[in-house]
Design a protein around this ligand. Structure first.
Ligand code: PLP
Length: 343
């Protein structure tokens, strides 16, 4: 209602009219419960948020069958991906990662002493666990896996991933990025952290919970590992604000909102799949909130067609190819994408 009223009186700046499909944000968030909790928490911003941090760690622990001692809180999961890479780099060596993948942690890893060994995806754009194992050597300190994968949206079946973790965890830290797991039907690997202190699972409130701007993420790991990571934080678990933490605490209990976002994402994704089918553009079945597709045979500039309609976000992750990734917006936004492309 507020937005509709504002639009009647003041022309919206172009940046607001733009449909942004570049960073896999959730167009439905934050949930009403999170918004209310954040507004209410503004007044407590004069105090350090220890109570709410602890409560959030307890709630996450309970949700995953663990305790608060298994949880590290950070300002988004990317902070914790970097922290884990720095922890791994304390023993100089190398890190093995798929290519392409989510790369934000790599500069910190390189700077602190890890050479990055990139392992190409399979023909089907899947994470090549076999070749990743082969790329490891005695100096491998960390293996990064993003599951489901970014930018591809593919998923490693749980049994296969579990077997990989069992084999590799005795040798190196496994940094498992589960930013998009909630959009898929595969389980988290959270149940393995007590058995494998080298397993570090990174999770975020930025995706299914729709709180990318609030900057809250967490790591799920063995308590001994959590202690190591906490020691690398100037102030353990203190990266997120009182307001953001209150929003996260409300979000984690809001199962109905998560179900809604998953359902909406699936419906909006189907609209985009249908559009790609009509254009004969091949794509990878996605277990996430974005789709990876190959515009080689398209013959026109996919990105420019969308940008002419103020739709931004078609991005290249493999230089020299015409594979693009587009985030999934609302159903309405994906209908606008369809209209732009199909005319
Ligand atoms: N991991 C993956 C695979 C992502 O795609 C992203 C964001 O796009 C992140 C982590 C970072 O999320 P956060 O907002 O929690 O830092």
């Amino acid at each position: 209602l507020f937005a509709a009223e504002a639009e009647q009186t003041i022309p919206l700046p172009d940046v607001i009219k733009t449909i942004k499909l570049s960073s896999n944000e959730n167009p439905h968030g934050p949930s009403a419960a999170s918004r209310k909790a954040m507004i209410d928490a503004v007044m407590s911003s004069n105090r350090y948020p220890w109570d709410v941090t602890t409560k959030l760690r307890e709630e996450i622990g309970a949700l995953t069958g663990h305790t608060k001692e298994h949880i590290v809180i950070g300002a988004g999961s990317s902070e914790l991906l970097g922290l884990t890479a720095v922890w791994a780099a304390l023993q100089k060596g190398n890190a093995v990662a798929p290519d392409p993948t989510f790369r934000l942690w790599m500069p910190a890893a390189r700077k602190t002493g890890l050479e990055i060994k990139l392992v190409p995806l399979t023909e089907k754009k899947e994470t090549d666990l076999q070749r990743m194992k082969e790329a490891m050597n005695a100096q491998t300190r960390m293996v990064y896996i993003c599951n489901p994968g970014n930018p591809t949206g593919t998923i490693i079946p749980a049994a296969e991933l579990e077997a990989f973790i069992k084999e590799v965890a005795p040798k190196a830290i496994i940094l498992l990025d589960e930013a998009y797991t909630e959009f898929s039907n595969e389980p988290s690997m959270a149940h393995l952290v007590n058995d494998y202190p080298n397993l570090v699972i990174a999770k975020t409130f930025s995706k299914i919970y729709g709180m990318a701007g609030a900057r809250v993420g967490y790591v799920l790991a063995h308590p001994a590992t959590v202690k190591q990571l906490n020691e690398l934080q100037p102030w353990a678990n203190a990266g997120a604000s009182a307001v953001s933490l209150a929003g996260a605490l409300a979000a984690i209990k809001d199962k109905a909102f998560i179900d809604y976002c998953k359902k909406e994402n699936a419906a909006a994704k189907t609209i985009f799949y249908n559009t790609l089918d009509k254009l004969n553009i091949p794509y990878i079945q996605s277990h996430t909130s974005f789709v990876y597709f190959n515009t080689t045979g398209f013959g026109k500039d996919f990105k420019a067609i969308l940008e002419a309609k103020n739709i931004v976000g078609a991005r290249t992750f493999e230089e020299g190819t015409k594979w693009l990734r587009l985030s999934i917006g609302t159903q309405d936004e994906m209908k606008k994408v369809a209209a732009a492309l199909l005319g």
